[in-house]
Design a protein around this ligand. Structure first.
Ligand code: NDP
Length: 435
């Protein structure tokens, strides 16, 4: 605690896990007295580096780059890169820590890592984005590799940025390997990877509802964010017959009482992915919808909430409003979007609530499948990857039931995910000795 107290997001993630894992360790002699948690909270390696690049005005810009290599007990470090001005050590350590247990839950052989930069992609030209990505990789290339550390995308890093970084890696190393995931289809990417996190979160919500003999069909769904995860959460929710009422970005949210249908979603995808516009522009094309500036969408009445934007975007008050409005299910697409108070409120009310490390694991799972395809030099079809994704989400759900079902039948998905994720990493660490 002393060592990390100045890192609030990291402490939040550790506290959430420790609350479940410490009692489990105490009850299980195999794990007791080995200082496993103490070892897990300390990253194996933290890299911090200078990134210099030249902007369109010819001025030299300086950013800070990071890669947290958190835990490699069960496989090479694996986790995304985030480019956002809020990026700091605490945020990346929380993300890397969560990633360790999430990757373990997927049952694929991937350790945990995370990285990124405080670079702000908003308003940058194509050329500036490319030069920044190249500068980032010109340092990071020496620390990663297909059997060492395999980064991917996250906030501010999509297929475009992955392409530029892979290009630079290839040039510097003179080899073509699957060192990054989320690649374009023509150069080693996997079908369904862009869709995987959003689809996976909806598949997981569907599994949770099944435990109540219910489905997502006909439900009102509120979604935050309008990036990669949010877009494909909308798409899958629509496939399964739900009505999606909201989307958001950091400037506010849009509420469309008629529902965001496939045509409107196509508009949002173009707006966000090609024009790099703001969600407020939605109402210029669909004037029956409303835009609420500077607010999150949790006040809109719904059955299901899927937070898909960023950490701590849903607080205790928001949780109480959702509950008051009759929300029965919350599945996190983002990482740690609910504050500890919000989680407490959901659990007290005993609604279906899944933490990101379980419900958003679909993205990294398909990244794992991308690594497999790269190693095999082969490409699975859309259906093959989608089926594997569905099975992995279903298996994660089973693991949550195994460790999280309480005496009264309530499923504590936080506990289930934390313990199931912990056990595999702990077993591997014990087998490998003190290293
Ligand atoms: P994108 O960059 O594609 O989209 C992020 C979205 O969240 C944008 O709409 C963005 O709005 C909004 N957002 C970002 N920061 C804030 C903020 N501080 N306040 C309000 N809104 C914000 O990222 P992704 O969709 O890839 O990631 C979203 C979340 O999902 C993150 O928590 C990420 O860690 C998590 N995740 C992503 C995975 C993936 O495969 N991509 C896998 C697992 C988890 P704006 O454009 O205004 O910034």
């Amino acid at each position: 605690k002393q060592r990390n107290d100045h890192e609030p997001e990291f402490m939040q993630a550790v506290e959430e896990l420790a609350e479940n894992v410490i009692p489990f360790i105490v009850e299980n002699e195999r794990y007791y007295g080995k200082n496993l948690l103490l070892r897990m909270v300390e990253p194996e390696r933290v890299l911090i580096f200078r990134i210099t690049w030249v902007d369109d005005n010819g001025e030299i810009q300086v950013n800070r780059g990071y890669r947290i290599q958190m835990n490699s007990a069960i496989g090479p470090y694996k986790g995304g890169l985030r480019f956002h001005p809020s990026v700091n050590l605490s945020i990346l350590k929380f993300l890397a820590f969560e990633q360790v247990f999430k990757n373990s839950l997927t049952s694929l052989p991937m350790g945990g890592g995370k990285g990124g930069s405080d670079f702000n992609p908003k308003g940058k030209s194509e050329g500036e984005i490319m030069r920044f990505c190249q500068a980032f990789m010109s340092e990071m290339y020496r620390h990663i590799g297909p059997s060492t550390d395999v980064p991917a995308g996250d906030i501010g890093v999509g297929a475009r940025e992955i392409g530029y970084m892979l290009g630079m890696y290839k040039k510097l190393k003179n080899e073509f390997t699957g060192v990054l995931t989320g690649k374009g289809l023509s150069y080693g990417g996997s079908l369904i990877r862009p869709e995987a996190t959003g689809y996976g979160a909806v598949y997981f919500a569907q599994k949770m509802l099944e435990t109540k003999k219910d489905t997502i069909f006909g439900k009102n769904v509120v979604i935050s964010g309008s990036g990669n995860v949010a877009q494909f959460a909308v798409e899958k929710a629509l496939h399964l017959g739900a009505k999606v009422l909201t989307l958001s970005d950091s400037s506010g949210y849009v509420y469309d009482a008629d529902g965001i249908d496939e045509e409107k979603l196509a508009f949002v995808m173009k707006l966000k992915n090609e024009k790099r516009g703001r969600i407020s522009e939605y109402i210029e094309t669909y004037p029956k919808a409303t835009f609420v500036k500077g607010k999150t969408p949790w006040g809109i009445k719904c059955d299901i909430a899927l937070p898909c934007a960023t950490q701590n975007e849903l607080n205790g008050d928001d949780a109480n409003i959702l509950l008051g409005n009759g929300c029965i299910c919350v599945a996190e697409g983002a990482n740690m979007p609910s504050t500890l108070k919000a989680v407490e409120a959901f659990q007290k009310a005993k609604i279906l609530y899944a933490p990101g490390k379980a419900s958003n694991a679909g993205g990294v799972a398909v990244s794992g499948l991308e690594m497999t395809q790269n190693s095999l030099r082969y490409q699975w079809t859309r259906e093959e990857v989608d089926n594997k994704l569905k099975n992995i989400m279903s298996d994660i759900h089973k693991s949550c039931l195994k460790y999280g079902t309480c005496d009264d039948g309530y499923v504590d998905y936080v506990k289930g995910a934390n313990i199931a994720g912990f056990v595999k990493v702990a077993d591997a660490m014990l087998a490998q000795g003190v290293v």
